[in-house]
Every structure is written in structure tokens, then in C-alpha cells.
Design a binder for this molecule. Structure first.
Ligand SMILES: [Zn+2]
Length: 344
């Protein structure tokens, strides 16, 4: 935003409109004023991002971050506008902290820490492909949007697209340490920022939650309550029902399966396929598996002990059902009209 020849009050109004939730408390805060001789302790805690030569102090939830106006202004139009307003209209007795002007933000302190670290450390902070951190990714997306930091926003979107892909070839199990409930904040972000293509896989993982988690959600370590909307809860429950039917369909061929023409052990394979069919029917089949479970993580290849030819045929049939389930995933969760999906 270019600076217009408006009085400071108008500039402030424009900035506040643009930044929405940005809180710039420029009231006369006499009790908080600190002089240039420096002050320590007091009512704020020092955050992890603190540069002694910084020239502005950002405060979120009582935690201070001393950073550089130039660095933030270069990367973010929103910060640049914000600092321009402060420079132009700073009252003489405005709040200072350790010699720097103070800006209060409405963000959570951990969010601000992540964003400032990413700003100073660059893309390597994400380390997306090696180890995805959904909390970092979602924080980057929110603050990248809010403060108009394009590369952080884009990196966050790529990170989420990588983990919630629209191509079956990129679909992978949840990263270690991530449970199904951690996907709830991702669903909220996808709706908020219209990242619809990540929703089918996000809903797929949500549908694997326990009913308690699905209905009641959870509270994270920062005290934030996460819960799916009633509409999304319904999507997951309906989707789960469809996934179970697809799973039955995917494996049904085994009920009447025969050894292949090139079977190396007709008698043995016939007996084992029949035995597996019985397990399937009497409910001892591992129903924790879904139609999208990877072949290599299933118990069947280990348990069934078929000859190579018969196992290849089983895998071929399995992959056919898996692809059908994948292609139907947006429809399974009722969002096919919103999603650009790659049909396999
Ligand atoms: Zn065989």
C-alpha cells in the first residue's frame, strides 16, 4: 500500500481495516513505558526470537520478540504498512520496550515464534519433505495469509498439498507422531482459504478417528479447542460407511477366488484362499484396514502365503479396488463439485 497524503488518523484507519485482527495499541500506557536505559523483566517475557540490534518489539500473549523493521517490511506488505503508520504517528509517550517501539499483535505467541523463525531462517525451517510438522505448516499458512508473506504462504500450501495430495501416487500414511485428530485444524484451514483439493484426503484421515474424537474434538497444548463442524462430522460418518463398503467390495473377489493358471501350488493356494475367505466372512479379517491402505502395510501378503503367481493376482485385484476407491474419494465425502481430482 502506498502512503497517501492523509493525516495519521486516516492512515491508521486504513491499516487497521487491512490488517483486520492486528492490534496496535497506541494508547498512552504510562505504566508500561520503559526508557532507553533499558529495562528487564516486568510484565512481559522475552521470546525466543530476540535480536539485540532489533529496532521494534512485537508482543503476543505477553511475550516479546525483538526484530528488525527492515527485515519484516521487506518480506511483508502488511508489516511495511504497519511500521509506516507507527513512524508517522507515534505519540511521544507511546509504549516502548528496551528502547524500541512496541507493537501488540493478536496472534498466539507460538504462532508468532514460528513465523518470525521462518522469516529469518528461510525455507529450510519447514523441512517439509523430510519431516512434516502440521502445526508449523498451518501456522505458516494462517500468518502468511494474514501478513501477506507470499513465500511463506506458498511454502505452507505446498507442504499441505504434499501431505494431502490429489494423486494416489503421492498418497502416504500419516507421518510419525501425527494422529488423526491433528487433521481437524487442517480441515478448518482448507475451508477458510479454499484449499479444497486437500480436503478429500484430510476427510479420509478424519474418518479414521474414534467417534469421541470425531464428535468432541480435542484441546491442544495451547488450550485451543478443535472440533469439526456438524456438516463435516456428517461427511466423515457417511464417508466411513462408504469406505467400509468399498473395502468389502475390494476383497470380495477372494470369496470365490481360484488359483491362477500358472499357480505353483494349486492345492495349497486353493486351500489358503478358501481359508482366507472364511476369515473374511467370520469377522476375523483385519477390518482396521481401509480401501486405501497400502499393499505393503497390509497383513494379507504376510498371512496368506500364496504362491507368487496367485499373490500377484491378488495384488492386481487389490490395486484395482484401491484405485476405484481413490477415484471416488471426493464423492465419498460429498465435495466432488469443489475438487480438482486426478483420476487414475
Ligand atoms: Zn498359487
Amino acid at each position: 500500500m502506498s502512503l497517501l497524503p492523509l493525516p495519521p488518523s486516516n492512515l491508521l484507519y486504513i491499516a487497521l481495516r487491512r490488517l483486520c485482527s492486528f492490534e496496535m495499541k497506541m494508547e498512552r500506557a504510562t505504566k508500561r513505558i520503559r526508557d532507553d536505559e533499558g529495562s528487564q523483566g516486568g510484565e512481559y517475557q522475552r521470546g525466543e526470537v530476540w535480536y539485540e540490534d532489533g529496532n521494534v518489539v512485537l508482543i503476543a500473549e505477553g511475550t516479546t520478540f525483538r526484530v528488525h523493521r527492515g527485515v519484516l517490511s521487506q518480506r511483508s506488505d502488511a508489516f511495511r504498512d504497519m511500521f509506516a503508520v507507527i513512524s508517522g504517528s507515534q505519540p511521544v509517550d507511546a509504549e516502548m520496550w528496551e528502547g524500541c517501539p512496541v507493537v501488540h499483535l493478536s496472534d498466539r505467541k507460538y504462532e508468532l515464534k514460528h513465523m518470525l523463525t521462518a522469516l529469518y531462517d528461510g525455507k529450510q525451517y519447514f523441512n517439509v519433505r523430510a519431516k512434516l510438522d502440521l502445526v508449523v505448516a498451518s501456522t505458516m499458512l494462517q500468518l502468511g495469509m494474514k501478513y501477506q508473506i507470499d513465500d511463506i504462504k506458498q511454502e505452507a500450501i505446498e507442504c499441505l498439498s504434499y501431505r494431502f495430495p490429489s494423486r494416489l501416487g503421492y498418497f502416504a500414511d500419516l507421518a510419525k507422531g501425527v494422529s488423526y485428530k491433528h487433521i481437524i485444524p487442517i480441515v478448518a484451514l482448507a475451508w477458510k482459504f479454499e484449499l479444497y483439493d486437500i480436503l478429500p484426503v484430510a476427510f479420509y484421515w478424519c474418518s479414521q478417528m474414534s467417534v469421541d474424537e470425531l464428535i468432541h474434538g480435542w484441546v491442544d497444548e495451547h488450550g485451543t479447542q478443535w472440533r469439526l463442524s456438524p456438516e463435516d462430522q456428517a461427511r466423515c460418518l457417511k464417508g466411513l460407511s462408504t469406505l467400509r463398503l468399498q473395502c468389502i467390495k475390494e476383497w470380495a473377489f477372494l470369496l470365490h477366488g481360484k488359483p491362477t493358471e500358472r499357480c505353483a501350488d494349486r492345492e495349497g493356494c486353493e486351500s489358503r484362499i478358501a481359508k482366507f475367505g472364511v476369515k473374511y466372512l467370520d469377522g476375523t479379517f483385519p477390518h482396521t484396514e481401509t480401501p486405501l491402505t497400502h499393499w505393503w502395510s497390509m497383513s494379507l501378503p504376510r498371512d496368506c502365503q500364496l504362491c507368487r503367481s496367485c499373490m500377484d493376482e491378488v495384488q492386481r485385484q487389490f490395486n484395482k479396488g484401491r484405485i476405484e476407491a481413490w477415484n471416488a474419494l471426493p464423492t465419498t465425502f460429498g465435495i466432488s463439485n469443489l475438487v480438482q481430482w486426478t483420476i487414475e
